[in-house]
Structure formats: structure tokens, C-alpha cells
Design a protein around this ligand. Structure first.
Ligand SMILES: C[S@@+](CC[C@H](N)C(=O)[O-])C[C@H]1O[C@@H](n2cnc3c(N)ncnc32)[C@H](O)[C@@H]1O
Length: 240
């Protein structure tokens, strides 16, 4: 049961799917009205495509990603004493899920609060969500860029990141963010990244830095951003 409000990821992408669906339904209606029989079937198909994508996206951002992260975090068998970093924590969906599993451990979230990446994104919103979830005493929030983390080497036992690194535009900068995640990880620590698009590049950066147990796997339909082409991939690695 979540008490916080976690907004919508990539709200403009969701709006684009919805707008595409509504436009196609409208044009199909006009085609039917004008007896343009040949246009009705293709327009209906496009409408179904856009609306199905919007439905999947909506499900993932409001529910699916929380369920998948619960599974991922349960699979880590945390002891509860870990120092954890959430890179690109946004409104705290993963941050608070981690915090719920900690006892003496603490989770730090860092973000630049971009509202086109997540609706209503703001430091105060994340703090409020943590308080609503009853984990305010187990979290810390920083404003900062994951390409230059303001933490000393080996500061964390676990680094997580959800749907955040792909928002950085260039490959070189994405590599920089992954290298930073690896730098702040303590020996014996673990890294868990869920993201779309560029996870092969993250994998190559981690291998280059000497990470072990590097594994990548596609997550299921609960973590699709519209369709299987926009599926989320999970990348896990360890620091020897
Ligand atoms: C799609 S949201 C996901 C937020 C959260 N991880 C979740 O799963 O709900 C992506 C987040 O990455 C953040 N972000 C994008 N570029 C960043 C950067 N260079 N450094 C830190 N955070 C960044 C955005 O502000 C946004 O909060």
C-alpha cells in the first residue's frame, strides 16, 4: 500500500500516445460520417495502437514499475544495514521502497528535479513522500548531477537507478554517470540499474572498470513503456 504520490514518468510521451489515439478515433469517426469506408480500418488500427501504448505506459508508471522494483529489491536480500544511493531518485518510488527494507541503513537520493522526466518532480515532494511512507528518518536527499556525484569513493554498499541514466543525452555522459556510480560503490558493493535504450553501453563501461557478475536481462510487460520495443532492462553488477 503506497501512501505517497509519485507522479507520471515522461509525462509528454504519455500525452503524445493519448493525443495520437484520440486524433485517430476522431478521424475514424469523420471517415465513417463521410462514408470513406477505406479509411476507417487503418485509422481504427492506429487508434488501437496508440491507445494500447498509452494504457501500457500508464500501467507501468503508476503500478508496474513499483511491483517490479519490489521483486528486484526482495531478490537482493538486504541485511537492512546498507548505505544505499538512488541516482535520479525523482519523487522517490525506488528510494522509499529501499528505505522500507532498511533498519540501521540509510538511502540517499540525488536528482536535478527535471519535470519533463517526471511530473511534479521536486525535492520537497520527495521528502513529503518519504514522510508519508513513514521512512523520513532513513533517507537523505541531495540536489546534484549524477555525472559528478558529490560523494567520496566507496561511500555506498548498493547503488540503484531507475529510468534515469537514459535521460542524459550523450553516450560519453551516460558512461560518466555509470563510472561515477561505480566509483562511489564500496568493494563488495552491488549496482542495480533498470533503464531503457542504453544498457549495453552501461554494461561495457562497467566491464571496462573491472566490475564482476555483470548481467543484463529484459524485464516483463509490467515494465514496458508502451510496447515491448520500449521494455526496461535490468543491469546488475558487483565491485570486487
Ligand atoms: C523518469 S524519472 C525516474 C525517477 C525515479 N527513479 C523513478 O523511478 O520514479 C528520471 C529522473 O532522472 C533525473 N535525472 C535526469 N538527468 C539527471 C542527471 N544528470 N542527474 C541526476 N538526475 C537526473 C530526473 O530529474 C528524473 O527525476
Amino acid at each position: 500500500m503506497r501512501r505517497g504520490d509519485y507522479g507520471f514518468d515522461a509525462p509528454y510521451a504519455l500525452l503524445a500516445f493519448l493525443a495520437g489515439g484520440i486524433a485517430c478515433v476522431t478521424f475514424a469517426g469523420v471517415a465513417w460520417w463521410r462514408h470513406a469506408a477505406g479509411a476507417i480500418a487503418p485509422l481504427s488500427l492506429y487508434a488501437a495502437f496508440f491507445l494500447a501504448n498509452a494504457g501500457s505506459f500508464l500501467y507501468t508508471t503508476r503500478r508496474g514499475k513499483f511491483e517490479e522494483w519490489d521483486r528486484i529489491l526482495d531478490g537482493l536480500s538486504l541485511s537492512g544495514t546498507e548505505r544505499v544511493l538512488d541516482m535520479g531518485c525523482g519523487r522517490g518510488a525506488v528510494l522509499t521502497a529501499v528505505a522500507r527494507r532498511l533498519m540501521t541503513g540509510r538511502v540517499t537520493g540525488i536528482d536535478i528535479w527535471n519535470t519533463s522526466d517526471q511530473s511534479g518532480n521536486a525535492r520537497d515532494v520527495t521528502l513529503r513522500n518519504a514522510s508519508l511512507e513513514g521512512v523520513g528518518d532513513r533517507i537523505a536527499i541531495e540536489t546534484g548531477d549524477m555525472r559528478a556525484l558529490p560523494f567520496a569513493d566507496a561511500s555506498f554498499d548498493l547503488v540503484v537507478s531507475s529510468l534515469a541514466i537514459h535521460n542524459i543525452r550523450s553516450t560519453a555522459d551516460r558512461r560518466k554517470a555509470v563510472a561515477e556510480a561505480y566509483r562511489v560503490l564500496a568493494p563488495g558493493g552491488r549496482l542495480v540499474i533498470a533503464d531503457i535504450r542504453a544498457t549495453r553501453i552501461y554494461e561495457s563501461e562497467l566491464r571496462h572498470r573491472g566490475a564482476t557478475q555483470v548481467q543484463r536481462r529484459r524485464l516483463g510487460w509490467r515494465f514496458w513503456w508502451g510496447n515491448p520495443i520500449a521494455a526496461t532492462t535490468l543491469l546488475t553488477a558487483s565491485k570486487p
